[in-house]
Design a binder for this molecule. Structure first.
Ligand SMILES: *Cc1c(COP(=O)(O)O)cnc(C)c1O
Length: 387
């Protein structure tokens, strides 16, 4: 089976992890700060807070921005459930903004309409979370402009987009947001096994997130509410969590980071090869806007409704039978049973729903060989009845 995505682990990665295992600190040593500084430098952000998953990073990002009970939180429906769940963890009311028909990213037009309506109804969101779908940056500067106009905060879910850029500005620099979050799950661009990171240019937000990842505890004397009673003193100032990343994970991430540029380049090469091989078939291929450089976390195609004899499901099953590990990104979050119970219904976000019914993710990862990719392309052509 050719999977839709997978990690690549080198000898150097293994050595980096083994070195930590032989050292004094498995967690809270020097590897986590080193990894944080390396990612911050890579994307051009001031501060970075590493945690044990992308989901944890989304959660503490929301909390740092004071998202709480009864506040409103908006994201897109075609994302992983974690993008919406983080709002629910904070007690916020989650709602969605439909996607654009070309990039499959948050539609700025839909966002603008929804904001005007929400302003009239006095139901403006506190936080909006765009998602860089498949690794292509969102129209972030336009979203940021609306954030200033309507007074909401912005967290970029960049789980797919480490190594991407827009107008040459790296995703993660937070030029057009308050906080950006990366995931280091094994299918993502680089991995730490499990892991995530929140980037920001705001020292205060970074400090809050660092405190929340470790129980809400601070050990900095100047941050304490009372003079420290002794060198052992710490204060718990908020209700935080144990969301810490281990040094073992950070060493793996730091070692992986050395291959980021090479990997994103390879992902783009493979995407171009798919574009060429699948051109002319009754499929919609990904469109990357000229101002964007995509990290190509995923290569997503859409079957054109009515253009094929086979259904979306039949195509999926035929590709699985040919040992091609296709996947579906995503079943719209608002149609998950948990969100249906909160009152969401089919028909509310038509672009995201059409996307969910037509979409197929083809295998794409740096170690995918040209020959394997040719086999995938041939199977797709055969399945949809062209050659
Ligand atoms: C992977 C992913 C997450 C969650 O990341 P974890 O590290 O698995 O917790 C969140 N949002 C999106 C869009 C993702 O793809």
């Amino acid at each position: 089976m050719i999977p839709y995505g997978r990690q690549e682990i080198s000898r150097a990665d293994i050595n980096a992890v083994v070195d930590v295992l032989r050292s004094d600190f498995l967690t809270q040593g020097s590897e986590v700060p080193r990894f944080e500084q390396a990612i911050a430098a890579k994307v051009g952000a001031k501060c970075a807070v590493a945690v044990n998953s992308g989901t944890s990073a989304l959660h503490i990002a929301c909390l740092a921005l004071d998202l709480g009970l009864g506040d409103r939180f908006w994201t897109v429906p075609n994302t992983f459930v974690a993008s919406a769940n983080c709002g629910r963890y904070c007690g916020a009311e989650v709602d969605f903004v439909d996607i654009a028909p070309d990039t499959w990213n948050l539609s700025v037009t839909r966002l603008q309409e929804k904001l005007f309506q929400a302003k009239q109804d006095q139901r403006l969101p506190k936080v909006v979370m765009p998602v860089h779908f498949a690794g292509q940056p969102t129209d972030q500067e336009a979203i940021w402009e609306l954030a200033q106009e309507f007074g909401f905060k912005v967290i970029e879910d960049a789980s797919h987009a480490l190594g991407a850029s827009r107008y040459g500005e790296p995703v993660g620099s937070c030029r057009w947001s308050d906080i950006t979050v990366f995931s280091f799950h094994p299918v993502k661009i680089i991995t730490t096994g499990e892991g995530g990171m929140a980037l920001t240019n705001n020292d205060e937000l970074a400090w809050r997130m660092a405190m929340l990842r470790t129980h809400g505890i601070t050990r900095e004397p100047e941050r304490m509410t009372r003079p420290p009673a002794g060198p052992w003193a710490y204060e718990q100032q908020a209700l935080g969590f144990n969301y810490r990343m281990t040094d073992i994970q950070a060493a793996l991430g730091f070692s992986q980071l050395a291959r980021l540029d090479e990997w994103v380049k390879r992902r783009n090469t493979l995407a171009s090869r798919y574009d060429e091989a699948l051109h002319g078939l009754p499929l919609r291929l990904p469109t990357v806007k000229p101002e964007n450089h995509s990290a190509f976390h995923l290569y997503v195609v859409r079957v054109k409704p009515g253009a094929l004899k086979k259904t979306h499901r039949e195509i999926f099953e035929a590709l699985c039978a040919a040992d091609i590990g296709v996947n579906l990104h995503y079943t719209p979050v608002h149609l998950q049973p948990y969100y249906r119970r909160l009152g969401f219904e089919p028909g509310q976000f038509p672009e995201a729903e059409a996307h969910g019914e037509e979409t197929i993710t083809l295998p794409l990862y740096p170690a995918l060989a040209d020959g394997e990719q040719d086999r995938v392309a041939a199977a797709v052509k055969r399945t949809i009845g062209h050659g």
